[in-house]
Design a protein around this ligand. Structure first.
Ligand SMILES: *[C@@H]1O[C@H](CO)[C@@H](O)[C@H](O)[C@H]1NC(C)=O
Length: 111
């Protein structure tokens, strides 16, 4: 329980930090379409972003994606913002259960 609290605080703290240009570069270059089209990988990353599973190789990518989502891409430039909106739209239309859980999850972590 104590560990969980510390972890939550840590996650909240990390989430509050803004994205570095290098992180935004990674997010912009990352092929989300390819990831989403792989059922196994998609499930892994979705669970990881929701804090329900180990992230494995996707740790860094999941952290960045989460930060982008939480900040609503506030630090993004025009092309990064365009990509963010496409990815968000894809999640919203094709993976609605995850999208809904994500919104709740992101909101909860901010309190
Ligand atoms: C946004 O930033 C990225 C990475 O620095 C860059 O490649 C891209 O051209 C920029 N886009 C715009 C519209 O400025």
């Amino acid at each position: 329980m104590k560990v969980f609290v510390v972890l939550s605080v840590l996650i909240a703290f990390t989430a509050a930090a803004s994205l570095t240009p290098a992180e935004l570069d990674l997010a912009e270059a990352f092929d989300y379409e390819a990831l989403f089209s792989n059922d196994e990988q998609r499930k892994l990353v979705f669970d990881c972003i929701l804090g329900k599973a180990e992230c494995g190789d996707y740790q860094k990518m999941a952290e960045i994606s989460r930060k982008v989502l939480e900040s609503k891409c506030a630090d993004c430039n025009a092309s990064q913002k365009a990509k963010y909106e496409i990815v968000l739209k894809t999640i919203q239309t094709k993976y609605e259960p995850f999208y809904n859980e994500l919104l709740k999850n992101v909101a909860a972590k901010k309190e």
